[in-house]
Design a protein around this ligand. Sequence first.
Ligand code: GLU
Length: 301
Amino acid sequence: MTQSIQPQHMVTRFAPSPTGRLHLGHAWSALMAHDMAHAHGGAFRLRIEDIDGTRSRPDHVAGIVEDLRWLGISWDGEIVFQSARLDHYDAALARLREMGLLYPCFCTRADIAASASAPHGPEGPVYPGSCRGLDEAARESRIAAGTPHAWRIDMARAVERAGPTAWNALPFPLESAAMATAVRADPIAAGDVVLARKDAPASYHLSCTLDDAAMGVTHVLRGDDLYAATHIHRLIQALLDLPSPAYIHHPLLMGADGKRLAKRDGSIALADLRMQGMDPRRLADDLRAARFPIGISLGKA
Ligand code: GLU
């Protein structure tokens, strides 16, 4: 199946987690999503993924807004804060629970790591399914006792219910004549992923998928580190009757050590570059032309 781009309706987004300041990798990704929407007469939206209570910080939200403005990136509409959308996540979780696709998981990280059978999937260790087989009485008594628990999706059941699904993948960089190719969603390898965390009302997979739909995002441009996540997001869309945007996965910026840039690499934080007197317009031009500082390069797509 192929499908051409529908430029007149293009909506892209940038969705940082406020767990640190933006670095050059974020800046490049945000610029690409911003420019892609503008090149097609579309809209670019900003979403702050701030429901990770242990790592999200309000001062980082302010920092992200400041960094984007400094770089000359503006967005359409209001900023969407995930922390203001918890009711929507709850409603979706209730629907999935009614479908019999979720189960509470009481395992600790240590329990999962200790499970000798835990294989590695695209998203890290695959949950061995220990809590899937608990009976209703055991679940209820543990919940009633206040045992901390996450909610996991029964992946095999969910895939069976959703039936075959595919997403439209577009190449990066996006040329106007680009045609989408259908990629079959195959989330089984990820195992029973968490949709509601012990310490957060929804997992990234659930909140991101719901929000992209609610914001009318037509084209998700994000790093190819999230390719495996797209399989899961497509499944969630199918289960909840959500529209499926086209996905474009871009390569990641790599540091001199051959590893992807991370927030820990303070030297490439936009805030630091600004402090050093860098001209933001020149920086934006350089990033657009894929001219990166010495030692930084684009990884393979
Ligand atoms: N908050 C996620 C991140 O910063 C966003 C991922 C996405 O674009 O879907 O990695």
